[in-house]
Design a protein around this ligand. Structure first.
Ligand SMILES: NC(=O)c1ccc[n+]([C@@H]2O[C@H](COP(=O)([O-])OP(=O)(O)OC[C@H]3O[C@@H](n4cnc5c(N)ncnc54)[C@H](O)[C@@H]3O)[C@@H](O)[C@H]2O)c1
Length: 337
């Protein structure tokens, strides 16, 4: 019997969720979808063969027949929806960020943790090149990590020839979120760096806004430190003139016995070790959703703990919160969600 899943939300990201659920064959099936934008929910239902469509998650859950829920609604309603699904005793996969602030997430976790299985959908760490990098680091292929640098630069919030901002066209909610680049995007990178390097502390953060159409930040320079004292820096901007509109991570981790590099989808190790491995961007992106969703289902089957369970995810949210706190960044007034 497949796991019967109810999907909450039918926005941009759910195309990727639904493609990933579809790869699981008879193991799991999305059998219902709920979104107040019912035409959007109906469109997803038609495209992915989902038999039941609801305007309200409350009604979908009350209708019964579900074994798990997948929450992909906006962050402002995550906590409310997690509480709702937990009230039905259902396992929950919830998109990041678990809640808009660390304090709200902590309150939610204190209430829910242990009552129902809860996994935060942190899919970045499931990208194939990051899994390979983690394997190499664990195997000691570069020795002890001394320093790391991760960067990403896009022109997503720079106006194109027609005055459009590609990142905002793709995800319009990015205009109004008071916490944007770190809470929405770099949360993934901070989570992935935690997976690769272990516990991290934010030492300093400078956040900036270039795009006048946005409430939140579109630039960030963050300095972190690992438990071993390695320095870690993150440089990210969506407002880089001349950069591509699409994101592409660059990472360098320097150890005392080698260097690991990710550049343009190529992962490589210094020294007499494998040739660089090339990763196709689209396959890797889709694979991250398949990896996260497959992990959720496998852990439900085996009872193994989720990699990104509530307690683990609070550590990522702590880093996010510290970036805002240490930077003192102020969102644009009168413009926020
Ligand atoms: N993991 C990733 O890589 C990734 C990528 C993009 C977005 N996200 C996350 O996914 C979530 C949704 O993002 P999106 O880009 O799809 O946003 P979106 O604005 O395109 O879609 C959100 C949808 O949720 C619906 N909604 C609002 N309130 C609801 C409710 N109470 N119940 C059910 N549906 C409700 C809206 O009508 C809308 O259709 C966010 O938390 C975002 O951070 C994650």
């Amino acid at each position: 019997m497949p796991l019967k899943v109810g999907l909450i939300g039918a926005g941009w990201v759910t195309q990727h969720h639904l493609k990933a659920w579809a790869t699981l064959g008879d193991t799991a099936r999305v059998v219902a979808i709920a979104d107040p934008a019912t035409e959007r929910a109906a469109e997803r239902a038609a495209a992915f063969g989902i038999p039941a469509v609801f305007a309200r998650a409350e009604d979908m859950l009350a209708a019964g027949g579900l074994d798990a829920v997948d929450i992909a609604a906006p962050r402002a309603v995550h906590a409310k929806l997690v509480r709702l699904a937990a009230g039905y005793g259902l396992p929950i996969l919830c998109q990041k960020p678990l809640a808009p602030t660390l304090a709200e997430a902590q309150a939610l976790v204190a209430e829910i943790d242990g009552r129902v299985p809860l996994m935060v959908h942190e899919n970045w760490r499931f990208r194939a090149y990051y899994r390979q990098a983690a394997d190499w680091l664990r195997a000691g292929r570069i020795g002890r990590v001394k320093a790391a640098h991760l960067s990403l630069a896009t022109s997503g919030t720079v106006p194109d020839g027609e005055g459009r901002f590609m990142a905002l066209e793709r995800q319009p909610f990015m205009r109004t979120e008071a916490r944007m680049l770190v809470a929405e995007v770099l949360i993934h990178h901070l989570d992935t760096l935690r997976m690769l390097l272990g516990p991290l502390t934010v030492k300093a953060a400078a956040l900036s806004r270039t795009c006048r159409e946005m409430a939140g930040e579109d630039g960030a320079v963050i300095h972190l430190q690992s438990a071993d004292g390695a320095g870690v820096s993150v440089f990210a901007t969506f407002a880089a003139y001349g950069a591509p509109a699409q994101q592409s991570d660059r990472l360098m981790i320097a150890g005392d016995a080698g260097t690991l590099r990710l550049e343009d989808g190529h992962l490589s190790l210094s020294g007499p070790v494998p040739e660089p491995i090339a990763y196709d961007a689209e396959t890797t992106y889709a694979g991250s959703y398949t990896g996260a969703i497959g992990h959720f289902v496998r852990c439900l089957e085996t009872g193994a703990p989720f990699e990104t369970g509530p307690q683990d995810n609070l550590e990522t949210l702590r880093l996010v919160e510290d970036c805002y706190r240490l930077s003192g960044f102020e969102p644009r007034q009168g413009h926020t969600a």
